[in-house]
Ligand binder design. Sequence first.
Ligand SMILES: NC(=O)CC(=O)C(=O)O
Length: 297
Amino acid sequence: MPIRNTMSVLSKNLKVALLQFHAGADKKANLQKVKEFASKAITQHPSLDLLVLPECFNSPYSVEEFKNYCEPIPGGETTEFLSNLAKEHKVSIVGGSFPELGSDNKIYNTSLTFDKTGKIIAKHRKVHLFDIDIPGKMTFKESISLAPGDKATVFQLEDFCKVGLGICYDIRFPELAMVAARQGAGIMFYPGAFNTVTGPKFWTKFAVARAIDNQVYVVMCSPARNVAGGGYQAYGHSMVVDPNGDVLVEAGHDEDIVYCELKPDVITEARKNIPISTQRRFDVYHDVASDAVAKDI
Ligand SMILES: NC(=O)CC(=O)C(=O)O
């Protein structure tokens, strides 16, 4: 049975801010809102390391609208905007997600991560598209207009640690977080827009489950709800869950910024006390022991 390293994977404390805001029909206004929320977060906490944005932060969350907001990566307005924002504030950014126009002319729900110099260090295309039908309550079919990504995304977040990233519905599939944790990730990021039907029932449970399964921090950033504006109603409740499954911070459903400091010792202790990562029986479950990792940016 392979014995894996249980030393903490996070090199030092990581101070994060989750920007929970509503994105409407005006792309420029949405980007302006990111700017304002980022400035506010940095002003309130000048030593912040990382900003996290919600899923679909530059457009409405709507299968009819993705084609009207999609942009090439790199080269599009939103990529340039986030890169400049990271550079200006010298802060890393997990850039939620926005519709990407791929070179194959397909549209993807894509998340970019930037380092403090504004360089793209990771790109994740939502792997599991949100196609559900709960009669009379919630029907959504991203696959009408989006194509799925085909890679798990695990990368080094500056000098902090390896991290994994999924988008929203991706959290329902434990494999992405498992792949990331097995490759040494200490944190999973999930920009996500659950809704008022699935959010109350599942959002926190999934965050806690992925955290405990893998003894990692789980960071989920949602858009704010916009009851007056109609359309898809995001659940909100951006949160950080620690490797023991404790919810450390949680927003309500309105616009807000929540802050959290992620600590190496918490990962070390959790893994030392209950060493599941060294007790795995890879000889029993070959089918989930995959090593696929996104390398193309
Ligand atoms: N919006 C999503 O991708 C997922 C979601 O709302 C859910 O899983 O519930």
